[in-house]
Design a protein around this ligand. Structure first.
Ligand SMILES: Cc1cc2nc3c(=O)[nH]c(=O)nc-3n(C[C@H](O)[C@H](O)[C@H](O)COP(=O)(O)OP(=O)(O)OC[C@H]3O[C@@H](n4cnc5c(N)ncnc54)[C@H](O)[C@@H]3O)c2cc1C
Length: 340
């Protein structure tokens, strides 16, 4: 492998937890490069629910996925991380000096003292419904929402009965020209408060709801105009400019599962004192890891990064004593944080 990029730590995944890992490592003077397969930072928050409100980030009564991402980018700025997008971590090799060489699918090579896997559920892809010719209409089909404005004055059909389908129904019904929710049964799997709000919209005629399955799409030159919905006793046409199927996500670890790391249920097993994997020098934080009591929440991932950073520091600087410093009282930390 030629001309590797040398730095202290390579973080795989620029989701919220990977970004906060930059901050915690930066506080301990550890420099980071970050890679992500996607073309932008923010992981699930930016990709799947950028405009949706999150209510359980400490000290933010409410913040959208996009704003959380932007705030994290601001917060890590003093540490000047280098972010590389559209790079899939594919190969890893241990060097004789104890460092790791990590290679991406596009040929970038990193020579680092530690690797932090913050890859969420791995590379995630929405599950597609089994409808003929779906791919021909890809521009009229949406599995996430980047800009709510795109849905203005459109006939929207949302498929599914889980949280995502219901949440997007609540988010879009007053922007859309019409919104129809289609689910195969009259029971929903969403949070009770959300189900109640959707039921109210249905009762007040703000949305249409059908028990059934969409089995055909109608349109021209890749542009949707309607979908056919098969109900128990009839098939009806529903006007549709944008079809939004929410049938969950398939997550795939991709090349990471060939790195010899202990996995359980497709997630990386870690020691909860250090967030190190079974391979010394490789750590895992955020949704990608698993341990007893793990909760796949952003705040759990944030907590994990602080413990991981202390463990990485000790590995990289075995002879240095590490004492916990508060950002409120440490003048050296403040100098660093205020440097930009
Ligand atoms: C609809 C929805 C609503 C949610 N609401 C909340 C909520 O209200 N509160 C809450 O706490 N949590 C919520 N979550 C969960 C939250 O989004 C996750 O816990 C959080 O995103 C995990 O962050 P992460 O950084 O670990 O992983 P992710 O956000 O998944 O980011 C991982 C990143 O790693 C990249 N990646 C993966 N594999 C590789 C590879 N091999 N090479 C390079 N890059 C790679 C991915 O492209 C991705 O960008 C919600 C999730 C969803 C889907």
């Amino acid at each position: 492998m030629d001309n590797p990029i040398q730095t202290d730590v390579l973080i795989i995944g620029a989701g919220p937890v990977g970004l906060f890992a930059v901050f915690e490592l930066g506080l301990l003077n550890l420099n980071c490069h970050v890679i992500d397969i996607l073309d932008k930072p923010g992981g699930q928050c930016a990709q799947l629910y950028p405009e949706k409100p999150i209510y359980d980030i400490p000290a933010y009564p409410v913040i959208t996925g996009q704003d959380l991402t932007e705030n994290l980018l601001k917060q890590v700025k003093p540490f000047s991380p280098v972010l590389h997008y559209e790079q899939l971590a594919s190969k890893i090799e241990k060097k004789d000096d104890g460092n790791w060489l990590v290679e991406t699918d596009k040929g970038l090579i990193f020579d680092v003292k530690a690797v932090v896997i913050a890859a969420g559920g791995g590379s995630f892809e929405p599950k597609k419904p089994n409808i003929p010719d779906l791919d021909k209409y890809s521009k009229s089909i949406s599995y996430s929402i980047d800009k709510v404005d795109r849905f203005k004055d459109k006939d929207i059909v949302i498929l599914g009965g889980g949280d995502s389908a219901l949440d997007w129904t609540l988010q879009l019904y007053d922007t859309a020209k019409s919104l129809t929710l289609v689910h195969r049964r009259d029971k929903f799997r969403g949070a009770p408060a959300t189900v109640e709000k959707v039921m109210n919209l249905r009762e007040n005629g703000k949305i249409q709801f059908h028990v059934g399955q969409v089995n055909e799409i109608i349109g021209n030159n890749g542009k949707l105009s309607a979908v056919k919905c098969l109900k128990s006793d009839e098939t009806i046409n529903l006007p549709c400019d944008i079809l939004m199927p929410f049938f969950g996500l398939t997550m795939s670890l991709g090349p990471l599962d060939k790195w010899g790391i202990d996995l359980s249920d497709e997630r990386v097993v870690v020691n909860t004192e250090t967030f190190e994997t079974n391979i010394p020098g490789i750590y895992a934080v955020g949704d990608i890891n698993i341990y007893p009591g793990k909760l796949k929440l952003i705040l759990s991932g944030f907590h994990e990064t602080a413990l991981m950073a202390h463990a990485v520091f000790k590995r990289v600087n075995p002879d240095e004593r590490l004492t916990l410093q508060y950002t409120t009282t440490s003048s050296s930390l403040q100098k660093k944080l205020l440097s930009q």
